[in-house]
Design a protein around this ligand. Structure first.
Ligand code: SF4
Length: 337
């Protein structure tokens, strides 16, 4: 039997448990949902071909599924977020505002009347306290349009509730970081642990080690999509403010780095002994080329005290260079992450 819908709405479906629960709640209430799943180089699970729980949920609920690339938007925000950063380099408030602005546009195009999210009051210190939730919905222009079903009974009444389209008594009053209620509800909807992303499996910007690499790009005016994609792979070193090096950790990364490298990158590969591929970004002198080769020599598979031969190329310029492995104390001075 086909479903009868009351009205249309957009759900921000990340694939985490909370947004999946929100989708189930609204779907059960007869809202014709359009799921929006944001992707970016900061969201490894959604961009690298792993099974996406958001897509699987949409399929399970037979709702429309749309992926929206958010990478450029977040990069612009990271450069100067009006509401600052969370614990690491995650500009959550401004990122959330941008997501809701996009969702609002989709809602208007699709003639919907609500936007819904899985946000829970007090669950995240920066973006889900009462004050932030208000700032976010006000700045994104979705005040009283945005329904957060998991905490709705603790929040102001939305238009859809006021008009009787949504029954407030069927919404929830979840608050804080405890997730017992979510797990109970998950059981009711038959959602199992493997059906959603783990709580820490989302955005890399919240990861301390990763944030170091992005902060380095930001501070050296190198923050762009290509460099962010490269930041997801390899070992990272900075030699000068204009030159950094990324060294592959295994064969798979060597190939990925080569594919991701921009046309004007320096590529260093071993000439004789098996070893890593390295990508150099920015301008360098003979001194930095030699330093870069000595870092590659440090990571060659067969340790050698002698000089190791490497090939290098940058566009049409090609050559060979011999380097001793850099000393362990010295390499740490260049390491970003
Ligand atoms: S965790 Fe990442 S994707 Fe999520 S709101 Fe924060 S910055 Fe944006």
């Amino acid at each position: 039997m086909s479903k009868t819908f009351k009205f249309r709405g957009v759900i921000l479906l990340s694939g985490g448990l909370d947004s999946i629960l929100a989708a189930h709640i609204l779907n059960d209430m007869g809202v014709d949902l359009i799921a929006v799943n944001f992707t970016s180089p900061f969201h490894p699970r959604s961009t690298e071909g792993e099974i996406n729980p958001a897509r699987l949920t949409a399929r399970r609920l037979s709702i429309v599924f749309r992926q929206v690339e958010l990478g450029h938007d977040i990069i612009d925000i990271i450069k100067d977020p009006p509401h600052g950063y969370g614990k690491n380099l995650n500009p959550c408030i401004d990122c959330r505002i941008r997501q809701l602005e996009i969702a609002k546009k989709i809602m208007q195009e699709e003639r919907g009347s609500i936007i819904t999210t899985g946000e829970v009051l007090g669950q995240r210190p920066m973006s889900q306290n009462r004050n932030s939730l208000e700032i976010i919905e006000k700045t994104a222009g979705v005040k009283r349009v945005l329904l957060r079903p998991l905490s709705a009974r603790l929040l102001p009444v939305t238009e859809a509730e006021k008009e009787g389209q949504i029954d407030r008594t069927k919404l929830f009053a979840m608050e804080g970081r405890q997730r017992k209620e979510q797990f109970r509800l998950a059981e009711k909807f038959n959602i199992n642990e493997g059906d959603y992303l783990p709580a820490a499996g989302g955005c890399r910007l919240t990861n301390k080690e990763y944030a170091v690499k992005i902060r380095d790009l930001k501070e050296h005016d190198n923050l762009n999509m290509v460099n962010v994609r490269l930041a997801n792979k390899g070992r990272h070193f900075r030699f000068t403010k204009n030159f950094k090096l990324i060294v592959g950790r295994d064969e798979k990364e060597n190939i990925l780095l080569q594919n991701l490298a921009p046309e004007d990158a320096l590529i260093i590969t071993p000439a004789v002994l098996p070893g890593p591929l390295a990508v150099g970004i920015g301008d360098f002198t003979r001194k930095e080329l030699l330093q870069a080769a000595s870092v590659c020599a440090y990571y060659t598979d067969k340790k050698s005290k002698n000089e190791i031969k490497f090939k290098y190329c940058r566009g049409p310029n090609k050559g060979n260079i011999d380097a001793h492995p850099i000393r362990r104390e010295e390499i740490e001075g260049f390491r970003i992450a």
